[in-house]
Design a protein around this ligand. Structure first.
Ligand code: MG
Length: 347
């Protein structure tokens, strides 16, 4: 949609979408995705769509906050109003920027990108690898830090032995480990086909600034002491975190959930200028947010790493799903996603 400096008609719809099955998180079961979809329509009647899909325990705004700002905007908005929204509502700013952004004309022609296959935590992972390997997946993501630490570590070799030739394992601890546990894992990973270890440790904002600093130091120390790359996920909750970790010279991978960034284009340009190592990942949004997030991933010119978008089917109502889990996504798969269908389905 062209930005002609005039006003847009603004509509929004809050949504509650149950997942097919509750997701296990560090904060207990997550049963439904809540968020806000937005639509901006220009004077010519062209509409653009966006989705605010916050993850409040990452430190984003809440859905109530996003909705309350939407109510305050009224029926007509100008680009100036949109630009003046507070950083606090980064997910909403992301949605409004997506609704105004013209499609990448090259999107449908972009080269396919690999997708990481999601494995269940614990021993259940072993039974899932074969079928996913047959389907063509070569990057497998296994959740760790969920069950007993010794038992999980004992399974690592079984999981590695079950991988197809040339495959790599991505471990995600979701911040569950202390220093000792992280060191044991990283020692073990050193000579195994582990692509990277995601978020070994994490301190929430509620734990205070000094706990956060200690954890940041721990992560930087671990990244320097072990050969397996580390990835930051929970640590990258907004645009400011991207800047902060670039400033700290983070030597590992940045897991970027574009849906959480107020200004995806600026953040991606900053990461690119710093030659950062980036994995693009889902925030468990619907196809509306995913289309915008994936479009950003397809413009990345740095080292390609498998996308963290092997999440669908995800919703009880499949009209909100993106492309079902497959080993590669093409630009055409993304271009084909039609936000209008999801918007209409919310009616
Ligand atoms: Mg993660």
């Amino acid at each position: 949609m062209e930005d002609r400096g005039v006003s847009y008609r603004f509509d929004f719809r809050r949504y509650h979408l149950p997942f097919q099955a509750p997701l296990r998180t560090a904060h207990g079961p997550w049963r439904e995705r809540e968020g806000v979809m937005v639509r901006l329509t220009d004077a010519q009647g062209n509409s653009g769509y966006g989705e605010a899909a916050p993850i409040p325990w990452f430190g984003t705004e809440t859905v109530d906050e996003a909705e309350s700002v939407c109510r305050g905007l009224g029926e007509h908005v100008t680009p100036e109003t949109l630009a003046s929204l507070p950083d606090r509502v980064a997910c909403l700013k992301n949605a409004l920027a997506a609704a105004r952004r013209a499609d990448d004309p090259e999107l449908a022609a972009r080269k396919p990108l690999g997708v990481a296959a999601l494995l269940p935590a614990g021993r259940a992972a072993l039974g899932k690898i074969g079928a996913k390997a047959d389907a063509g997946f070569r990057i497998f993501k296994w959740k760790v830090g969920v069950g007993d630490a010794d038992e999980e570590l004992g399974l690592l070799d079984d999981v590695c032995a079950t991988l197809p030739d040339g495959a790599k394992l991505r471990l995600d601890a979701n911040g569950a480990w202390d220093r000792r546990q992280a060191e044991r894992w990283l020692e073990r990973c050193a000579d195994r086909p582990v692509e990277f270890v995601e978020q070994p440790s994490f301190a929430k904002a509620s734990e205070g600034a000094s706990a956060r600093r200690r954890t940041d130091d721990l992560l930087l120390g671990l990244a320097g002491d072990f050969p397996t790359p580390l990835a930051l996920d929970e640590s990258i909750a907004n645009d400011q975190d991207v800047e902060r970790w670039l400033g700290l010279g983070w030597p590992g991978v940045f897991v970027v959930k574009p849906a959480l960034l107020a200004d995806v284009e600026v953040a991606v340009a900053r990461l690119s200028a710093a030659r950062a190592d980036v994995v693009f990942s889902s925030a468990l949004e619907t196809l509306v947010g995913a289309r915008a997030a994936l479009a950003a991933a397809f413009t990345w010119t740095g080292k390609p790493r498998a996308l963290g978008f092997g999440v669908w089917p995800l919703f009880a109502d499949s009209r909100f799903d993106g492309p079902y889990e497959r080993p590669f996504l093409s630009g055409e798969d993304v271009a084909r996603l039609n936000p209008e269908t999801a918007w209409t389905a919310l009616n």
